[in-house]
Design a protein around this ligand. Structure first.
Ligand SMILES: [Zn+2]
Length: 259
């Protein structure tokens, strides 16, 4: 009789807990596309140092992943054109500078390596549909990072690369999920404008062109990548001509004047 009522209540509850969960995990000091120093990144994650790229569940409810798409980066990480999917390479046997060995899922002692921990969590998630989360940071150059956003770890493959095999993880941004939840929730959860993904190559070019300072006042702290023509008005994220560096103050001033 009251099946419908029950299930709609259950649904509301599910949506609310989803919203709460993502709010919790998504709550952080940085916005996507913000430029931060190495120290700011460590402080945000409450770590003395972040030296490894893969940090499985070092925080309650999510992992922290560091990546780089630069040509001389140690691993072949890639980002899709729209910025919503990251292909992240697993890590080598410690000291395997020549990249001779297959990337290991277990240590000699039999415990999981970071590769193994990620794979295991994804395998489990495929049964439950509850994919593990990762905050992704991208290195632009020495000491300079950006926050890429909160991603779901969706899948992995163990693929041939040269004469050996490596892990390749697939992370997708959770924005879609947030937007679904948002439809059922009056409050605006995230500033979608801020999550528009700007490719690393574009970020680096803009950072160099603007010499690492706000284009309005020359401040060199609290910088953001700003869309000159807003994404919502058809501005592109893919061309450096439409992106500039702004400090937090000028970034805010600009969003106020647009609204
Ligand atoms: Zn400024």
């Amino acid at each position: 009789m009251c099946n419908f009522l029950e299930s709609s209540q259950q649904l509301t509850y599910k949506i609310l807990s989803l919203v709460n969960f993502y709010c919790y995990a998504a709550h952080m000091s940085f916005k996507a596309n913000q430029i931060i120093s190495y120290r700011e990144m460590c402080n945000e994650e409450e770590q003395e140092q972040l030296q490894r790229g893969m940090n499985f569940e070092i925080r309650d409810g999510y992992s922290v992943v560091l990546m780089s798409v630069k040509l001389n980066a140690p691993y072949a990480d890639r980002i899709s054109e729209d910025g919503l999917t990251i292909y992240y390479e697993g890590h080598d046997v410690p000291g395997d500078k020549l990249k001779e060995y297959d990337q290991p899922a277990t240590n000699p002692s039999g415990t999981y390596t970071q590769n193994g921990l990620f794979c295991h969590a994804i395998d489990q998630a495929k049964k439950t549909g509850d994919f593990p989360l990762a905050r992704v940071y991208e290195k632009l150059q020495m000491g300079i990072w950006t926050y890429r956003g909160l991603f779901e770890m969706r899948d992995y493959t163990f693929v041939e690369r040269g004469s050996r095999k490596v892990y390749e993880y697939v992370f997708t941004i959770t924005e879609q999920k947030l937007r679904e939840a948002e439809k059922h929730h009056a409050e605006k959860l995230i500033d979608l404008e801020q999550t528009r993904q700007i490719p690393g190559k574009v970020k680096l070019a803009v950072f160099k062109r603007d010499k690492g300072v706000c284009t309005q006042c020359g401040a060199n702290d609290n910088l953001h990548f700003d869309h000159i023509l807003p994404y919502s008005k058809g501005g592109t994220s893919l061309k450096e001509e439409n992106i500039q560096l702004l400090c937090a103050r000028h970034n805010l001033q600009k969003s106020a004047s647009i609204i």
